[in-house]
Design a protein around this ligand. Sequence first.
Ligand code: NAD
Ligand code: UDP
Length: 352
Amino acid sequence: MTNKILVTGGAGYIGSHTCIALHETGYEVVVYDNLSNSSREAINRVSTLIGQTIEFIEGDIRDAEMLRQVFTSREFFGVIHFAGLKAVGESVAKPLLYYNNNVSGTINLLEVMAEYNIKNLVFSSSATVYGDPESLPIDENSPRSCTNPYGQSKLTVEHILEDLAVSDDSWNLVALRYFNPVGAHSSGQIGEDPNDIPNNLMPYISQVAVGKLKKLSIFGDDYPTIDGTGVRDFIHVTDLAQGHVSALNYLEQLTSSRSPSDMAKSVGFLPINLGTGKGTSVLELVNAFTEVTGRDIPHQFTGRRAGDIASCYASADKAKTLLGWQAELSIADMCQDTWRWQSQNPSGYNSH
Ligand code: NAD
Ligand code: UDP
């Protein structure tokens, strides 16, 4: 069986870390990315870290011809599909762009995969599909709802994958629902590199720490949480990357042990949370960052951000039981590694 994996969006934040984890486990990686939110430098650094040039194809998932070329000349075990746009605010301003890129792009990818009989997919979903959760921790059977086009695009893709699995039971479609990915590779060589002023908490904190931004605004101090600030399940990107490897291992075991009479035993559509199972408040994260790095994070409390929920953390049991995966790294590791990346690369991949 081939161990080659097509990684769409592999030049991005989570994709680049996952390429390293895949390589370390013996998978062969081909990255397909249109560089709309990433740079070649990320791929160069991944290649340096693994001591081998990563095969990189610059292309768009909406370009069927280009995808066909990729599938014609190579034999893949499956696809890890990170490619997508992810900024909630931008998705409200440009819904058609988001549906086109994230939904039409995924349909296109699935159609080409079907043409080449590649039926193993690991898809980047998000805890955002749970909307405002009715109960905590959130397990995979919790109701789903979304309030913005970005979330809706993820939920729509999940529905498409579910329908596809019903229509044809040879598909193995794993939707990994990420909670809040933070941190960077322990080398400090790759990490999150937002284009503009960050929307997310951890990159905002680290840019305040490095002096690029003056002050963190904490959105809300009156939530029904431990200290009034929002609670999230922050997960180290290295743990998250490992979760993808575990998902692929699971599919490999399943498909290699299957006799022809077992053909109906595909996973179909399989949603799995990737989180730590622990909630951390915004203020707790700010304080942990200061404690670990010695950097003060000037902050002010402002009103709640529209669309935010009070608390969100995963039940991580399914990933443990089914994939044998659990998060290992602590909040201190997340702060330490974020700071190493940020302080060594104050302007991200354009720093050197
Ligand atoms: P990222 O923007 O760093 O990576 C996405 C990559 O996809 C980029 O390199 C971008 O250039 C590429 N891309 C976008 N549209 C493309 C297209 N049409 N064709 C080819 N390449 C394309 O984002 P990330 O944080 O690494 O997220 C990866 C995936 O995980 C995304 O689908 C995102 O929605 C999802 N996700 C991210 C988070 C998070 O907080 N970072 C949380 C939940 C889910
Ligand atoms: N947050 C904040 N200030 C910021 C960015 C985020 O107080 O500049 C808070 C936000 O209100 C939420 C938490 O940090 O409670 C995580 O937000 P983020 O945007 O990182 O992830 P989300 O869970 O919203 O996807």
